[in-house]
Design a protein around this ligand. Sequence first.
Ligand SMILES: Nc1ncnc2c1ncn2[C@@H]1O[C@H](COP(=O)(O)OP(=O)(O)O)[C@@H](O)[C@H]1O
Ligand SMILES: [Mg+2]
Length: 247
Amino acid sequence: MIEFVNVTKRFEAQAVLEKMSLTIEKGEIVFLIGRSGVGKSVSLKCLVGLLKLDAGEIRFDGRSTAELDEKEWMGLRRRCSLIFQNPALIDSMTIYDNLALGIRAMGLAASRSNERGLIEREIAQVGLDLSLLKRYPLELSHSTQKRVSVARALVVGSEALLFDEPTTGLDPINTARINQLIEGLGRAGRTIWVVSHDMHCALAVADRILLLEGAHIAADLTPKTIRSSNHPLIRQFLEEADARPLH
Ligand SMILES: Nc1ncnc2c1ncn2[C@@H]1O[C@H](COP(=O)(O)OP(=O)(O)O)[C@@H](O)[C@H]1O
Ligand SMILES: [Mg+2]
């Protein structure tokens, strides 16, 4: 579903990604972990076209993004939603209108009742009450806003969801809830790519855990195989996670 082939991304002299390759299959839940500033967010932004590559290729569903025109980029961003660390809802609009924006921009609902049906289905899917639809973003907690931002991706029919640090800044209870939501979406067949520095989350929900280090994928592991890894940074992440139990 998602392929990076020798992707290189530089900022001036700094090569953040250098011949970075990875593959994420349809329906997989993959965590990309790595130290702060190593290029995790940059890799997500390259996929959705917010940053241009210096070399290499990214393929989505078999198609190279280098070939896409503006309209096709819009299509890719609908099928593959990037969910930012900050929910970035529009504060002056109700939750309903925030969710309707994408549907209307893309002409996805044949009628208003169709639109409401779509929105109600996905707000329930992310575990929220329909009464929230009348509320405004600033009336809601950060973690509820986060769920709304996930619903915003679901209403436009995204098949792949990219999460940038989804649990950063959340308390342990809401962290566990967001992890369950991510896992549920993955088990329901969506392709999930989570960027995180939280090994607990990766161990709890990932099918595969990739380590970004030295501008490329330095380890490709699973929650089962990771404890036998000799990679010093993997060992360090595991030790930190073990020293900081969730509850
Ligand atoms: N738009 C940009 N212009 C210049 N440098 C950038 C830009 N975006 C990211 N960087 C640099 O790229 C590196 C990787 O950033 P990022 O992907 O945000 O790290 P993280 O792994 O913490 O998500 C950092 O050194 C950052 O300063
Ligand atoms: Mg980041």
